[in-house]
Design a binder for this molecule. Structure first.
Ligand code: NG6
Ligand code: CA
Length: 519
């Protein structure tokens, strides 16, 4: 945690038209600071594709709560996660630094060391500097403690989220398919069971413990399709070995309920002062094992039902904000960490039951990929106090700007970029200005192939690699040893025809620009 300036900023120091506009709405007798500063909630879905929500054209699943946010806010159609997998996207969202600038930001194991170092300036620090209360819920996947594999899960864990700006946190260390399968509240395992000490290893199993590989008969909830054959928790095979946990072990069917209940409780307890909430759902990542009440609520089996569960979580957050009288002046940003995948390692029939639905909304590629399906994600901004006119925008947006846009909104940093790679001036586009948005947005595929898109072109750097993901998911990677250039036609990058030769000078200049940014 690093601080720019301690303590509250005076209202006079807050720049930006949005504040001026709201200040006039504040009755004299009310404390101006509290009334004018918006709460901020980012709802960060996992592996939710560009086409997976009703308002983005989903078929076979209904998402009324999300759709309502879009109807009353802004729905972006060319917004991007910074990578096509989780850890690097989350790293970039929280720090405003491209993940390819820092080693060790790839998909993290459950015993990974903390990837965001405590001396980095995070978006949580931005909000602390603005006097906010900050909280994180759900999927973390950015490591904990100083050294990989050295965590003692039976003691307070440090450094952890309290050290990078979060006042309160209730998180899963990595993903639901990675051990340890317990929630961590601030620095310690939630619901800790002293009769069942927790041991975790990503190297070897603990003596006498069953694994998915050796004891497939114990996989009573979900069977693996590829990988996920180490320790078994709740009848589901995981990645990594774990022993113990007892009553602290999560039940997958209760994960959404659990993180949502904690988030609702946080809103209710913090209604008096401005807060920032990072609400990172486990849905719709594997293992997809929604609560029984969501089973059969979509036409697509467990993956569709997990989308319904996600929509329910969103509805609970919105309902709570509304009940507390906070919805009007709360910024809700709803987006996803990367594109979608059907079979990601469990026999949940996502492929068999997808029907007419296109998780990517017709885009090529998907999770892991350099094609548009990898990083193009839903992006909805809801802020009734400021966004007077709802609409759809095709401006180019990147989650890399989250830290700086938020700093600009809460008046920290005086309009200068506080992160290595973010652009605070994107604030205008995020909250309604028409126009192109960014002049470029960079994405990173699973093998670190970088992509750069402009409002007119998309470039995939030559790096090479398998054309289809080799370990299971049936996804085109977009990797090639030759440069690829695609033209944006009728508002969509046409990734069916490589125009690199035809438009060689465009291709060369984008390639040069990417090299410049890299340096
Ligand atoms: C892969 C996992 C996949 C998922 C992914 C990370 C296997 C075979 N596959 O290695 O299931 O966990 O990592 O997904 O283990 S992410 O959305 O968190 O980046
Ligand atoms: Ca993800």
């Amino acid at each position: 945690m690093r601080h720019l300036n301690k303590g509250l900023l005076s209202l006079a120091a807050l720049p930006g038209a949005v504040f001026a506009q709201q200040a006039t709405r504040t009755p004299d007798h009310e404390p101006a600071l509290q009334q004018t500063r918006p709460n901020v909630v980012i709802i960060y879905a996992d592996d939710l594709g560009f086409g997976d929500l009703g308002c983005y054209g989903a078929k076979g699943v209904k998402t009324p709560n999300v759709d309502k946010l879009a109807q009353n806010g802004l729905r972006f159609t060319n917004a991007h996660a910074v990578a096509s997998t989780s850890t690097p996207s989350r790293y970039a969202l929280l720090t405003g630094q491209y993940p390819w600038r820092k080693q060790g930001t790839d998909v993290a194991a459950g015993d990974a060391a903390m990837i965001v170092s405590p001396d980095q300036y995070t978006v949580a620090d931005v909000f602390k500097d603005a006097g906010y209360t900050t909280a994180a819920f759900g999927k973390w996947h950015l490591g904990l403690e100083a050294q990989t594999g050295k965590q003692d899960w039976n003691k307070p864990i440090s450094p952890a989220l309290p050290d990078i700006g979060f006042d309160y946190s209730y998180i899963m260390a990595a993903t639901a398919d990675r051990v340890p399968c317990v929630f961590i509240e601030n620095s310690t395992v939630a619901n800790y069971d002293p009769t069942a000490p927790i041991y975790v290893s990503y190297i070897r199993n603990f003596e006498g413990e069953p694994t998915g590989r050796n004891n497939p008969e114990l996989l009573y909830n979900l069977k693996s399709s590829h990988g996920h054959d180490y320790s078994i928790v709740n009848g589901i095979g995981r990645i990594g070995y774990m022993k113990g946990g007892g009553k602290a072990l999560w039940k997958d069917e209760n994960i959404a309920d659990s993180i949502t209940a904690h988030a609702v409780d946080f809103i209710e307890k913090n209604r008096e002062k401005p807060f920032f909430m990072y609400f990172a759902t486990n849905d719709v990542h594997v293992p997809r094992f929604p609560h029984p009440r969501f089973r059969g609520t979509s036409e697509m089996g467990l993956r569709g039902d997990a989308i319904v569960q996600f929509d329910w979580s969103v509805g609970e957050i919105v309902r709570t904000l509304e009940e507390q009288g906070l919805l009007e002046n709360t910024i809700i940003i709803l987006t996803s960490d990367n594109g979608p995948v059907l079979d990601d390692g469990y026999q949940d029939q996502a492929e068999e039951l997808v029907g007419e639905h296109s998780p990517t909304g017709g885009l090529r590629g998907g999770k892991y990929s350099a094609f548009e399906g990898g990083t193009r994600v839903p992006f909805i901004v809801h802020w009734p106090a400021t966004i007077q006119e709802a609409g759809t925008r095709d401006a180019l947006l990147s989650q890399i700007d989250f830290l700086d846009v938020m700093a600009s909104v809460v008046g920290v940093g005086k309009g200068k970029a506080l992160s290595p790679d973010g652009q605070p001036e994107q604030e205008a586009t995020w909250f309604g200005a028409e126009g192109d948005g960014r002049s470029y947005a960079i994405g990173m595929a699973q093998n670190h192939t970088l992509t750069l898109r402009t409002p007119q072109w998309k470039f995939i750097e030559p790096k090479g690699g398998a054309t289809i993901i080799p370990w299971g998911p049936k996804i085109e990677t977009g990797y090639s040893t030759s440069p690829q250039l695609f033209r944006r036609v009728n508002g969509e990058y046409d990734e069916s025809v490589n125009k690199a030769n035809e438009y060689k000078s465009v291709c060369d200049s984008i390639s040069k620009e990417l090299e410049r940014i890299k340096r």
